[in-house]
Design a protein around this ligand. Structure first.
Ligand SMILES: [Zn+2]
Length: 258
């Protein structure tokens, strides 16, 4: 089975899908959609691995979200989970200064992020990065590992990209990609970045169940809607939908080595 469309970031394990998860996954299968189910703590990371075990078109990413500060990062636990052959990335990890203003908690986030980077380097897996209002700090931390770039191949993706064009360029220079979600269908805030970004550096995602794209805005999101993000990219980049789908799927397979 080959993917037609690749939704590189979703949370199919969330309770929002408990009543009809099988139907949601069937709609994905009918449309040739693959996804990476992304964990945000121990429990959800484990759930993502279980879904990946059960369905051919679902993969997993494991990690501790920066705002999930109640849980202590147990590196042994995540290392064991990440050894599973369908775990394609470490995360979501990163920095979220939008929700967290407290200085000490921000330092704690940086520390946690570094632990994820070190695990990704150790296992040679890409990072699934979450970042809000802290792109310069994320870039600074990634740069501090620049000595690791050649031999261990530090790499990954900035999901739900919300930064500026200058920051996107810096990520590209480090070999990272960025992905876009529902908001690009109802705000033109990212149009310039999308226009400028090299086509081999961008991917598409839903972040289901959140942030549904138009025309589903306000409803529960699901991976089958990822085609709406692809349509919008095609429109902004003045390209065909087929080309965008083909290229973003190829990028996803390359970044996550599937
Ligand atoms: Zn997410």
């Amino acid at each position: 089975m080959k993917p037609k469309l690749f939704d590189i970031h979703s949370h199919l394990n969330f309770r929002d899908f408990d009543k009809d998860r099988e139907d949601v996954i069937r709609r994905m299968q009918e449309n040739g959609i693959w996804t990476i189910c992304v964990g945000a703590d121990k429990k959800t990371s484990q759930e993502c691995v279980e879904l990946a075990e059960k369905y051919e078109n679902i993969f997993a990413s494991v990690g501790l979200h920066p705002t999930d500060s109640d849980e202590k990062f147990s590196v042994d636990y995540y290392r064991e989970l990440a050894k599973h052959q369908k775990v394609m990335a470490i995360g979501e990890c990163g920095l979220d200064y939008y929700r967290i203003k407290n200085k000490e908690l921000r330092i704690k986030q940086k520390d946690l992020f570094k632990q994820h980077i070190e695990l990704a380097l150790e296992l040679n897996k890409p990072l699934m990065i979450h970042c809000r209002d802290a792109h310069n700090e994320v870039l600074e931390i990634l740069n501090s590992y620049s000595h690791c770039y050649s031999h261990s191949h530090l790499r990954g993706n900035i999901h739900f990209f919300s930064g500026a064009w200058e920051q996107a360029q810096k990520y590209f220079d480090l070999g990272f990609s960025i992905s876009f979600a529902g908001p690009i269908t109802f705000t033109n805030q990212y149009d310039e970045i999308i226009k400028n970004a090299p086509i081999d550096k961008i991917m598409i995602e839903t972040d289901s169940p959140f942030a549904a794209p138009a025309p589903y805005r306000g409803k529960r999101n699901e991976p089958a809607y990822v085609v709406e993000i692809a349509k919008k990219l095609a429109e902004i980049k003045n390209s065909s939908l087929e080309k965008i789908i083909e290229q973003t799927t190829r990028n996803a397979k390359e970044v996550f080595i599937i």
